[in-house]
Design a protein around this ligand. Structure first.
Ligand SMILES: Cc1cc2nc3c(=O)[nH]c(=O)nc-3n(C[C@H](O)[C@H](O)[C@H](O)COP(=O)(O)OP(=O)(O)OC[C@H]3O[C@@H](n4cnc5c(N)ncnc54)[C@H](O)[C@@H]3O)c2cc1C
Length: 369
């Protein structure tokens, strides 16, 4: 059996790890020309079934590198006002580990057959039951199963499920990371801190690596190449949709938080990176479509607001579920269909959970500059 995975994000790579581990022939096709050609490093919380699924897909020798290259993630989620006075708590989330998406992606790339610079443009189901994927560079490949793990704007989903709808969640975000100091670390004593202002809110999360990831890799598994990175505080400024973010994003944030506690202004001023994550969207539930030699995984099918901390975790559950089904050795269509029913159930439950959590994070009044 040949499996072609479209997209080398965390979901597609986790699936590839699982399939390689199960002895299944898999190749991954990624549109970006290289692993690091755009900013992709932000904290991702891993826990519960998502973390278990990631471990299931990774070979045991990479578990120690995963553990060493992540940080602790547990405790309370505080709500504070703009002067950092605590006003509430959101209850505990899953305990687990904090990882950096860029570091995790590098780990997941270990030993994987990935071709970069391959942007899928379309696919065709062939009379013999296989599927041909065509790329923007004029090349194509044929596989028994094509998995669209190509994220929120998935080309595979647009062709397979043209009726599937994405909904604007009604807010956008600017994301920054600032090197961790003791002063900044004190802002997040637990899982995370939400600073609620009148017009906007800021979510703070600590990414404190147990060990520098690149050094941990050198010592524990020399064939694993992890990028050097320092520990940092991740902050996300949640903004109503009418906020003009076309200027320098750092200045946009500083303008909005001018009256906030000085340490929050320092946090933004000292950031290494500030990036616009755009308007947040989520997927409306879809019914099962009738199994084809083409399926979907992760954000490509059930993208959700980041408020639940579940998007990547859910993609890992997809990856482990599909791996188990394909490794079972039964007829391919029946295996894919069982995967799809399970994936749709847990994926859209996670979307709903994330939507339910969203009001705790989003600004209540419109921001106008
Ligand atoms: C600020 C923020 C915080 C978050 N925090 C958390 C968290 O704490 N916990 C959590 O579980 N989740 C979190 N998430 C969500 C998580 O990042 C995503 O759910 C996860 O990255 C989805 O993985 P994916 O592999 O499905 O898609 P992606 O990571 O988007 O990967 C898709 C890949 O497909 C490639 N691609 C796209 N189109 C094509 C094409 N046509 N041909 C070939 N390749 C293509 C892309 O270049 C990309 O590499 C957060 C998200 C944000 C924005």
């Amino acid at each position: 059996m040949r499996v072609a995975v479209i997209g080398a994000g965390v979901g597609g790579l986790c699936l590839a790890q699982g399939l390689v581990r199960a002895g299944i022939d898999v190749r991954v096709y990624e549109r970006d020309p290289a692993v690091d050609n755009r900013y992709q490093g932000f904290r991702i919380g891993l826990g519960g079934p998502g973390l278990a699924a990631l471990r299931e897909c990774l070979p045991p020798r990479l578990h120690t590198v995963l553990d060493a290259s992540t940080g602790q993630l547990d405790g309370s989620r505080r709500i504070v006002d703009t002067q950092l006075k605590q006003t509430g708590e959101m209850g505990e989330m899953y305990g687990g580990m904090a990882t950096d998406r860029r570091v995790l992606r590098h780990l997941l790339l270990t030993g994987m057959p990935v071709e970069f610079g391959k942007q899928l443009t379309r696919y065709d189901e062939l009379p013999d039951g296989t599927v041909r994927a065509s790329f923007a560079d004029g090349t194509n490949v044929t596989a028994d199963l094509l998995v669209g793990a190509d994220g929120v704007n998935s080309a595979v989903r647009r062709q397979l499920l043209p009726h599937a709808e994405l909904v604007q969640a009604g807010f956008g975000g600017l994301l920054g990371r600032t090197t961790l100091t003791d002063r900044f670390a004190a802002l997040v004593p637990g899982f995370g801190t939400a600073v609620q202002g009148d017009r906007v809110s800021m979510l703070l999360g600590k990414m404190q690596f147990r060990r520098p990831p690149h050094l941990a890799a050198v010592e524990l598994a020399p064939d694993v190449a992890l990028p050097p990175t320092s520990s940092y505080l991740r902050w996300v400024m949640m903004l109503p949709p009418d906020t003009d973010t076309s200027d320098d994003p750092r200045e946009v944030v500083l303008d909005l938080i001018r009256d906030w506690h000085p340490i929050l202004n320092d946090l933004v001023r000292d950031a290494d990176t500030v990036a616009d994550i755009g308007q947040i969207r989520y997927a409306k539930p879809v019914d099962h479509w009738g199994t084809r030699p083409v399926t979907l995984l992760g954000d490509a099918i059930h993208v959700m607001p980041p408020s639940g901390g579940l998007g990547a975790n859910t993609a890992f559950v997809d990856a482990a579920t599909l791996t188990r089904e394909l490794a079972g050795g039964g007829p391919l269509p029946a295996s894919v269909e069982r995967y799809e029913h399970a994936m749709l159930d847990h994926g859209f439950a996670a979307v709903q959970h994330s939507l339910d959590a969203t009001p705790q994070f989003v600004p209540t009044r419109a921001a106008r500059r």
